[in-house]
Design a protein around this ligand. Structure first.
Ligand code: NAP
Length: 483
């Protein structure tokens, strides 16, 4: 019997909308069609923005305790319906069931953090009397919501990365329009359902599905949209920054993150952390380990142990509890990664392990002797492939790490404090993890990069800062009682 395909609708101003034209959503593991979502038009974008204008006015007036209560209710709803969210992530994305469970827990954390941070949107007092002639003024800084936030999200964390924009936006008193990745729009729609069930007024949150190349320009260019929060690839991010005009943006882009392993490192821990950092979510992780620099005396041992650990990883069905690595997001992406591996082979590099592709599945792959002019040596691979390189010293490792257009996070394994501090100061990244790989994130920490990795920081409190504006207030008193 033919399987029934779910015709999903998008949410515009509290109404679930259907369209004749639809986008297919497939399971990347099987290629099977699982649902369709409406393909929104430019007119839909305009309508959504106009309703969001009302939503922004409503949200700004919602007392903080009501915003908190809604966010807590959504978190509880997801907790009570965990299985639905886990199944949705597994179905539409690359994630294995164990990876999907972790994402759902993190989403709950992100929403609870958003609720808690809502009560801490505060500002300092200003000591006006520091300037002669201003002795009778007293003042303070008040933070107010930007208005409408456009949230454009990628495929690799289809639930939590949406929550990282929606939670802070609502906590701060904004309306938010989500444009999820067309490959994985279902988790965002489930999240929107949870917000409606929690009693969020209709116009505050919309989730508009459609091709980014068609509907994102009118969204980000619109004067009423006051903050564009984008997570995705460098090229798309660059294009958006060229379109937005004079408005605030948050750009969470990619990287080819390095991890340094020095001679004095705890090798077992370094191997375990870098294997997991390189191959989790089939390498489709913005802080995933792509380049490992190992100090020469340790290089052979590290490489041997790294390959031994990699061999233990099981590639397979996402729904299987013992699977470590699922498919890539599409066969097209898997073919791209395969071609990058082939380029290394043709250029004289060494494939120490893996290197093969079957449909959307790519084996975890370990490369050495990678020529400097190959694509993978310079660009973000966003697949289960890692380069291991020998370096002569800490300084050499830092230079190699910094030799990148990206700068999201880096890791270093060393037992020496002085070495760790040197690395902290000299590594040009948004985050440096000591005795860990680059792949470390909790939802409450400032997260973001420098150079081609982006602009600004997420991590609930920091996103709230970005989604609010400061208003300075000064009272001039006739006779200052203070000075
Ligand atoms: P992507 O291709 O850049 O797509 C991201 C979003 O942009 C999608 O919603 C996409 O819509 C939309 N989009 C596509 N073309 C557009 C256009 N011309 N104008 C405006 N928007 C457009 O990225 P992805 O492949 O989904 O995600 C992978 C990338 O995200 C990697 O580079 C990864 O490192 C990065 N990432 C960064 C972080 C971070 O926090 N720094 C976190 C996760 C991922 P459609 O799907 O409809 O095309």
């Amino acid at each position: 019997m033919a399987k029934q395909i779910v015709q999903e609708r998008m949410l515009i101003g509290g109404e679930w909308i259907d369209k004749e034209e639809a986008i297919d959503v497939t399971d990347p593991g099987t290629g099977e069609l699982i649902a369709t979502v409406p393909s929104a038009t430019v007119e839909d974008v305009k309508k959504t923005i106009s309703l969001a204008r009302q939503g922004a006015a409503e949200c700004a007036k919602l007392p903080i305790h009501e915003r908190m209560s809604i966010l807590h209710k959504v978190a509880s709803y997801i907790e009570e319906n965990k299985d639905v969210f886990v199944r949705t992530i597994v179905m539409e994305s690359s994630k294995t069931i164990r990876e999907a469970r972790k994402e759902v827990l993190r989403c709950i954390e992100t929403l609870r953090l958003s609720a808690e941070e809502a009560r801490r949107i505060d500002g300092e007092t200003i000591p006006f009397s520091q300037m002669p002639g201003h002795e009778s003024r007293v003042g303070y800084v008040y933070r107010f919501p930007v208005g409408i936030v456009a949230a454009i999200t990628p495929f690799n964390d289809p639930l939590n990365l949406v929550a990282h924009k929606v939670g802070p936006a609502i906590a701060a008193g904004n309306a938010v329009i989500v444009k999820p990745a067309s490959l994985t729009p279902l988790s965002a729609l489930r999240l929107a359902e949870a917000f409606l069930k929690a009693g969020l007024p209709a116009n505050i949150l919309s989730v508009i599905t459609g091709h980014g190349s068609i509907i994102c320009d009118p969204l980000v260019e619109h004067d009423d949209v006051r903050f564009v929060s984008f997570t995705g690839g460098y090229e798309t991010g660059k294009r958006i920054t060229e379109k937005v005009g004079v408005k605030k943006t948050g750009m969470e882009l990619g990287s080819n993150s390095p991890t340094i392993v020095l001679e004095d490192a705890n090798v077992k821990e370094a191997v375990s952390a870098t294997v997991s950092g390189a191959f989790g979510v089939a390498g489709q992780n913005c802080i995933g380990v792509q380049r490992i620099f190992v100090e020469k005396p340790l290089y052979k041992r590290f490489l041997k142990e790294f390959v031994e650990e990699t061999k233990k990883l099981k590639v397979g069905l996402k729904t299987n509890e013992t699977t470590d690595i699922g498919p890539m997001i599409s066969e097209k992406e898997a073919r791209r990664v395969e071609s990058w591996i082939d380029e290394v082979k043709s250029a004289g590099g060494t494939i120490c392990f893996g290197g093969k592709r079957t449909k959307a599945y790519v084996e975890p792959t370990v490369l050495t002797n990678v020529p400097a002019n190959t694509t993978i040596a310079n660009e973000e691979v966003f697949g289960p492939v890692v380069i291991i390189e020998s370096v002569n010293s800490l300084q050499h490792a830092i230079e190699r790490s910094n030799n990148s257009n990206y700068g999201l996070q880096a890791g270093i394994f060393t037992e020496k404090l002085e070495t760790a501090f040197q690395a902290i100061h000299e590594l040009q990244f948004g985050g440096v993890m000591i005795n860990d790989s680059s792949d470390v994130r909790i939802d409450g920490m400032p997260f973001g990069g420098i150079k081609g990795s982006g602009i600004g920081r997420e991590g609930v409190r920091y996103a709230i800062e970005a989604m609010t504006e400061q208003k300075v207030v000064a009272f001039k008193l006739q006779n200052s009682p203070f000075f």
